[in-house]
Design a protein around this ligand. Structure first.
Ligand SMILES: [Zn+2]
Length: 411
């Protein structure tokens, strides 16, 4: 494997409000070996980054790589071969935007992870929940009110984001099956959702008993539960039951945000998806009943960022886009930057997300021992977060595990 020294590297990693002084960074064997001023090495390649910014590869903590269309009920009926090919395309595009790690919160399987390790096409690192758990009539049950056909009790199809289970014994079994199959954590649908037809936003998914059972199963396996949540009531209940990763959180209040912060939970807002579901959803196949629900959560989203930040809640980066809307994945940076300091927005996609994924020190940082997952940005994203958008246009170099997945001439 190649050995490279980046020279004159000014680092932006979400730990400071300005780029570091220029340093040298030694890459060897897929890892960052050394960060310093006088690195002695016979590296074949030295790359001068004067005028650029070096960042750890970005982390998106809320994606669905199998969501090839916005009509998720339809997506679950597509053949696995088609979903696989589309997922590779979506993942390749995520990597090209600088996301070297993504956390899949419903859909991706360990089989897909194995495929990414064998395939010739580069993808981000995948951290997965397997199939999300949802109750009958919850967010993942795409049957309309007049459809009483039996649902699949197991998410056999690769394109299915979740599986239905009811009652503590079934929920425990489902969690155990996902963990056995290689899930890194467990995802549950604990509130109503936009993309499913019979669960309004205020709907509470699962009983307390079922949530507590899932948390116990996850903790027994040394991991945690992530939950799909919008309303303050649902979030408070989930945190009381031990849920650790709080997805969306659009309607959170300040008392609940403080409570979640005290419990050491993480929030993963996904504001860009509501913007795009509202403007582009209908054209992308989102059913009309779902479009009507979008504004229930979209309008409160911006306020939630300030509430969570003021409460001291750890906030990780999420996008949650579906189908053709994936191209907007990086716009979450700019949306958050309207209310939060750029350093905090970057931290959400670097060291905070790394902590949520329990990969602290391995990703989201430029330090010895971390994977050599790096991006080079033209200019300083602390001054202009939009440098991280436009499909990686301002990223001349993208490296994953010490290999360039994008390498254009530095100017
Ligand atoms: Zn989601």
């Amino acid at each position: 494997m190649t050995t490279i020294i980046f020279e004159n590297a000014r680092i932006v990693d979400g730990t400071g409000d300005r780029p570091s002084e220029p340093v040298q960074v030694l890459i060897e064997g897929g890892f960052i070996r050394e960060v310093g001023n006088k690195i002695t090495s016979n590296a074949a390649q030295r790359i001068d980054l004067a005028g650029k910014t070096l960042m750890p590869g970005l982390i998106d903590a809320h994606v669905h790589v199998v969501a090839s269309t916005a009509d998720l009920g339809q997506n679950g009926l597509l053949p696995d071969a088609l979903i696989t090919v589309r997922a590779f395309k979506l993942m390749g595009e995520m990597l090209a935007r600088g996301f070297t790690t993504v956390r899949d919160v419903g859909g991706a399987t360990s089989g897909l992870v194995a495929a990414t390790l064998e395939a010739a096409w580069p993808t981000p690192r995948l951290n997965i929940s397997g199939k999300a758990l949802a109750q009958t009539g919850g967010h993942c049950d795409y049957r309309g009110p007049y459809n009483d056909d039996p649902v699949r009790t197991r998410g056999f199809a690769l394109g299915a984001l979740g599986r239905i289970c009811d009652g503590a014994p079934e929920v425990r079994k489902a969690a155990r099956e996902e963990l056995k199959s290689g899930a890194n954590f467990i995802k549950i649908m604990a509130n109503g959702g936009v993309s499913s037809p019979t669960d309004p936003i205020h709907f509470l998914g699962f009983s307390r008993e079922e949530i507590i059972a899932t948390v116990e199963e996850a903790e027994n396996a040394g991991t945690y539960v992530s939950a799909h949540l919008y309303t303050d009531q649902a979030i408070r209940r989930a945190v009381e039951c031990g849920v650790h990763s709080l997805e969306h959180c659009n309607l959170i209040g300040s008392e609940t945000a403080k409570f979640a912060a005290e419990k050491g939970a993480f929030a993963v807002p996904t504001l860009v998806t509501y913007d795009k579901l509202s403007s582009e959803g209908p054209a992308m196949g989102l059913p009309a009943a779902s479009v009507a629900k979008v504004d229930d959560v979209r309008l409160a989203g911006m306020e939630s960022l300030t509430i969570m930040r003021d409460a001291g809640l750890q906030i990780a980066y999420g996008s949650d886009l579906l189908g053709g809307m994936h191209i907007h994945q990086s716009e979450e940076f700019v949306i958050r930057g309207r209310v939060l300091p750029a350093m905090e927005v970057i931290a959400s996609a670097t060291h905070i997300a790394a902590r949520l994924l329990r990969m602290e020190g391995k990703i989201g940082t430029i330090a010895p021992g971390a994977f050599a997952d790096l991006i080079v940005v033209d200019g300083n994203p602390l001054d202009d977060l939009s440098l991280l958008t436009r499909q990686g246009q301002h990223m001349p170099l993208i490296m994953k595990a010490g290999r360039f997945v994008k390498q254009t001439a530095l100017t």
